[in-house]
Design a protein around this ligand. Structure first.
Ligand code: MG
Length: 386
């Protein structure tokens, strides 16, 4: 790395990934500098982060929070903006080299497109962007010669396994899944799970939306779609394997039958740091894996009868077009309803399936089609869940 500090924008700096990225940057202030921070709603934390990291600009998406943000930072040389549109503008600022997309759900799509068009390297934590519009995003990234570096732990693992293998085609990706808190539950037990139980992930500490997605296995369905686009493979080349210890973060099999795995304790700061410092590996004081604490690494097949979301994700990506966008929108509404105790755990899949049947299919959608599909799918899903 050159002695100039890498200039970073973090979209979603107050969330789980955003705060952990700032932990990494704080430890490596000699390498990284925060150029822009954005948040959706959490103005109190955004103020504290801005006071500590002194970015050039901050954005709060929720415009009603603009005044308190502006007032709190008035004595500092920080530009303060508000609104969804400002997110797409801020990422274009000339000095920014890397944009970490760490916001939740569909809201990541437009700012990510804007950052790619401006030629910024993307550190992609917002997997929904590739679920919704993977073809459009990967095409744009190729046209703009913009690297997309994965932050999702599984995809970071695959990416790390591919280092030095650029001439060697992937035969198969083995995407590992913890199986979540309900891995061993029967269908009857699944029918009765509460949101409190679903919010307790056995291995990973993450935001609420992705924790529910992990419990329902939709997260793994999304990651299968994400892997297809990031690594240019077919869904048949991706095998999902349940590995409850979350030590192997994913694997790649090559044409000579050799399999490479990336391992470590489950800690999101590692894949975040790998993307921020790429292609370098930099020191971390993260806890080291001790094999005697994990005498058994086990593997099982995922149960798509119990976890129907996995099957729905395969169906959506095989159908292609705007179907994964419908899947994502319906899932966002389903998870929000579940978190408000308005639907049961298993009923989420029913609503997603129904929405996939109802919204008109578009085989080759453009950006406007995606925007319209997202709105229609949300409306249909709300009818189901409310
Ligand atoms: Mg993951």
């Amino acid at each position: 790395m050159s002695n100039e500090k890498r200039q970073i924008a973090i979209l979603g700096s107050t969330g789980s990934i955003g705060t952990q990225a700032l932990d990494v940057i704080r430890e490596h202030a000699d390498l990284f500098e925060v150029y822009a921070l954005t948040a959706n709603n959490n103005v109190e934390l955004l103020i504290r982060q801005a006071q500590e990291f002194l970015p050039e600009m901050v954005v709060i998406a929720n415009e009603s929070k603009y005044e308190p943000l502006k007032a709190a930072l008035a004595h500092l040389p920080i530009k303060v903006w508000a609104g969804e549109e400002a997110l797409s503008q801020v990422v274009q600022a000339e000095p920014i080299q890397m944009v970490l997309t760490a916001m939740v759900g569909y809201s990541g799509l437009k700012p990510t497109i804007s950052a790619i068009r401006a030629g910024k390297t993307i550190a992609l934590a917002n997997k929904e962007t590739l679920v919704v519009a993977g073809e459009l995003i990967t095409q744009l990234a190729i046209e703009n010669r913009t690297p997309i570096l994965p932050v999702d732990s599984e995809h970071s693992a695959i990416f790390q396994c591919l280092a030095g293998e650029s001439d060697n085609p992937i035969e198969k990706i083995i995407l590992t899944a913890s199986g979540g808190p309900f891995r061993t539950f029967s269908k009857e037990q699944l029918a009765a799970v509460t949101k409190e139980a679903a919010l307790k992930h056995p291995n990973w500490s993450m935001g609420a939306k992705i924790t529910i997605d992990s419990a329902s296995m939709m997260n793994k369905g999304f990651e299968m779609i994400e892997a297809k686009w990031l690594f240019d493979v077919t869904t048949e080349q991706i095998q999902i394997v349940v590995h409850p210890q979350s030590i192997i973060h994913s694997m790649v099999q090559f044409s000579d039958s050799s399999i490479k795995a990336q391992m470590g304790l489950p800690d999101m700061r590692l894949p975040i740091q790998y993307a921020l410092a790429y292609p370098n590996r930099i020191f971390s004081n993260f806890e080291r894996l001790k094999f005697n604490k994990f005498p058994i690494l086990s593997f099982e097949e995922p149960d798509t009868c119990k976890f129907r979301n996995l099957e729905l994700a395969y169906e959506a990506v095989r159908k292609g077009g705007n179907m994964p966008c419908i899947l994502n929108a319906a899932n966002e509404i389903a998870v929000a309803a579940f978190l408000k105790d308005k639907t049961s755990f298993l009923n989420m899949s029913d609503g997603i399936e129904k929405t996939m049947q109802q919204v008109p299919f578009i085989a080759s959608p453009d950006l406007n089609d995606y925007i319209q599909t997202d709105a229609e799918a949300r409306a249909k899903a709300k009818e189901f869940f409310n």
